[in-house]
Design a protein around this ligand. Structure first.
Ligand code: NAD
Ligand code: ZN
Length: 337
């Protein structure tokens, strides 16, 4: 089968013929129809993070496709089902995190497209207990971005506690950000979108943001402060500077949610202002299986719009460059058919 493979960090991916997987007792083999390009795949291929993937590997954790075969223990999913293969590819199911509905914090977890091969391939192998069933009413090209960008920001908005009277500032209107602002809208909150690219702010307004601020040409913090400050700021921009701006845009009692994972791992955080202003800071990692189901349900109910453009898997390296340059409207999805 065809796959895009990372052999070395900071070298282009290669398109190769690799062996097609066969399912173990708890697995499914999925014929991939659509595979989204998350910025995490770029971090993975570049070895950006403190914990690096083992080389070689196949990236991709927004793979969606049809179950071609299932292992003998798999009862709740059958051949022909459409499933999504998210970042959380496996968790132990018995630790305190798993049993309390926080399987995304499991210390034994395996991650799709990182520690296990992912969706940048014609076929992918997944543990059946960690795939999400895609409703018939959600098409695979839209299901792909929902599988990470969607569920991650749905969860980020959930943990932010955003409510109808709040001003929610979303920093970075990329794959994650264009969905984060829609989940904030679903709560009834008012949204201020921040990016460095005017086209992204135009898109944000089309999708329901009330305000759009360009942090490259103006002072986004000042603009948000003029509105009274943000009750919630969600940082999905790949830059510590954006985290610092998101922090400074908060009003007293506000909540900053960390979501992006820039290679440059540190930001400046003032202790005095954090204490006196009663600021809350929370890290949010993807979402659970229940969150993924809810993300699909919201989309099926017409509450979110997924903005995507398609590419061929052979264009993977050019696609990475496009995303890094901020030249993509929202999300790129590899059309595997
Ligand atoms: P993306 O490249 O599609 O979007 C990033 C956006 O941020 C772009 O629109 C870009 O123009 C904008 N941006 C860059 N610098 C900025 C700045 N200084 N101020 C404002 N905007 C700025 O990336 P993505 O796929 O949406 O992923 C975003 C980040 O989230 C990545 O670091 C990724 O690894 C991370 N991520 C985290 C989780 C999680 O569970 N926490 C899940 C998925 C992705
Ligand atoms: Zn992702």
């Amino acid at each position: 089968m065809k796959a895009a493979v990372v052999h070395n960090f900071n070298e282009p991916l290669t398109i190769e013929d690799v062996p097609k997987p066969t399912p173990g007792p708890d697995d499914v083999v999925v014929k991939v129809e659509a595979s989204g390009l998350c910025h995490t795949d770029i971090h993975a291929a570049q070895g950006d993070w403190p914990v690096k993937p083992k080389l070689p590997f196949i990236p991709g954790h927004e793979g969606v496709g049809i179950v071609e075969s299932a292992g003998r223990n798999v009862k709740h999913i059958k051949e022909g089902d459409r499933v999504a293969m998210p970042w959380l590819g496996y968790a132990c199911s018995t630790c305190e995190y798993c049993t309390s509905g926080w399987e995304t914090l499991c210390e034994q977890q395996q991650n799709t497209g990182y520690s296990i091969d992912g969706g940048y391939a014609e076929y992918a192998l997944s543990n059946a207990n960690y795939v999400g069933l895609v409703p018939d009413t959600v098409n695979p090209m839209e299901a792909a971005p929902l599988t990470c960008a969607g569920v991650t920001t749905y969860k980020a908005v959930k943990v932010s506690g955003a409510r109808s009277s709040d001003l929610v500032a979303v920093f970075g209107i990329g794959g994650l950000g264009h969905l984060a602002m829609q989940y904030a809208n679903v709560t009834g909150a008012t949204v201020a979108a921040v990016d460095l690219v005017d086209e992204k702010l135009t898109l944000a307004k089309e999708l329901g943001a009330t305000y759009g601020f360009n942090a490259a040409t103006g002072d986004a913090v000042d603009e948000i402060k003029k509105l009274g400050g943000a009750d919630v700021a969600i940082c999905v921009a790949v830059s510590p500077k954006a985290f610092e701006q998101a922090y400074r845009s908060l009003r007293r009692g506000g909540t900053l949610v960390f979501v992006a994972l820039p290679a440059d791992n540190y930001m400046q955080l003032p202790i005095f202002e954090t204490v006196l202003n009663g600021i809350k800071i929370v890290g949010s990692i993807v979402g659970t299986r229940v969150d993924l189901t809810e993300t699909f349900e919201l989309h099926a109910a017409g509450k979110t719009r997924v903005m995507y453009e398609t590419r061929k898997l052979e264009q993977v390296n050019e696609s990475f460059v496009e995303v890094e340059k901020g030249a993509v409207k929202a999300r790129l999805v590899f059309d595997m058919n």
